[in-house]
Design a binder for this molecule. Sequence first.
Ligand SMILES: Nc1nc2c(c(=O)[nH]1)N[C@H]1C(S)=C(S)[C@@H](COP(=O)(O)O)O[C@H]1N2
Ligand SMILES: [Mo]
Length: 444
Amino acid sequence: MKNKKAVNVQLNNDSDKNLTRRDFFKKSLLYSASALGTTSVLSPSLLNANEKEIIEEAPWGTKLGDPVDKNLYGVPSAYEHNNIRRTHDLLSSGDSYASISMCPIHESEGIITPNGLFFTRNHGGTAQVDPNKWRLMIHGKVKKPMVFTLDDLKKYPSESRIYFIECPANGSPGWRGPQFNSLQFMKGMMSSAQWTGVMLKTILEDIGLEKDAVWMLAEGSDNASNPRTIPVEKALDDVMVVWAQNGEALRPEQGYPVRLIVPGWEGNLNTKWLRRLEFSDKPWHSKEETSKYTMLQKSGKAIRYFWVNEVNSVITSPCPEKPWTHLKKGDKVEIEGLAWSGSGTIKHVDISFDGGDNWVEANLKGLVLPKSWTRFSYIMKWEGKPLLLASRATDDVGRTQPTIDQETSKVGVESVYHRNAIVTWEITKKGECNNVQIRKHKKA
Ligand SMILES: Nc1nc2c(c(=O)[nH]1)N[C@H]1C(S)=C(S)[C@@H](COP(=O)(O)O)O[C@H]1N2
Ligand SMILES: [Mo]
């Protein structure tokens, strides 16, 4: 059964009333051209209206533009003021320090999040760290315990790799039923970047790991310190110690000057403002320091170690923030979305128009990398009929997203973590898009 009680959220945080709100409604001008008799979105009839203004009198072309030294660190066009992180009282622990700001993934293009839009999850505020005073200690079960400065770290050969970070609570605003009529609030606890730093295994080869080291404790230098333990096999596999994000130093919100990247695993393990890595031959037993995010199953038993963000996907266009209200019957339109898997590479993504009874395969677009956002696309003609649009991803370890029923029959609705069930958008006759949940699929 569908549950349509999702809250509509006000997305327009306009601070400057002089600016037109730049968003998807603008595109209606373009698309409505198809109402004039063709299914092409690029109808030549568009060109008759303000031709003069287009060729000679655009207001921004009649005088000199801004000088090149106006913004020595560039900022987005003022018309893009609506493309911002957003936060909500329902998602914070009561203040803005132990809180989260959600990535506007409905505005995201490609597979990289611009640094200013990366979702931010803090437990004790954003630390402002002086990189000259910053140190990283690596100790415990290692042959040569070391304290690194930032310069020391940068002497190692560097690697640049694209990975997403996803908080395991991503999707939790839908765990009992759709809560927000918004993609940003539903799935925006994730972002993606190209990270540059050194592979942890390179450092460990250098300083020497003791044979009996089995656990690594990672700790930050912020007010929360975020201690987390990670098995040594993962540390020696693909964990990175990074100082750069999309070609520049990490942002303070992302852990400047150095953070841990634990590819594909729970976001909380990616310790920011990193200060210490300690190796041990046994797990840490204090409640504070062992794996935090256990998963209570319906059986009453909890899964203690559950680190991987499993295969997942969501349609990003259309979505509640980007409906099809500007489309006319018979218009061609591209369905787009993001798929990701912490276990490996996306193999294929299927799309359903009827809430999961029938599926067709979408195209994967652009780079298809392990533990990385993968974009999918499907071009269709919309006949103005209501649809139940859903996407379902499969990864190269053979995992496929479950239905909500399959997921809740296993893990119940008590645990908010690791939700990766199929997300369904309802498209109405008018082209509105709503967050709904289809609990029963005929051919699940
Ligand atoms: N030191 C420290 N590291 C931290 C946190 C924190 O509060 N302090 N939050 C964790 C959580 S819960 C998540 S989901 C990710 C979020 O990374 P981001 O803020 O760069 O998106 O950082 C993790 N690393
Ligand atoms: Mo998190």
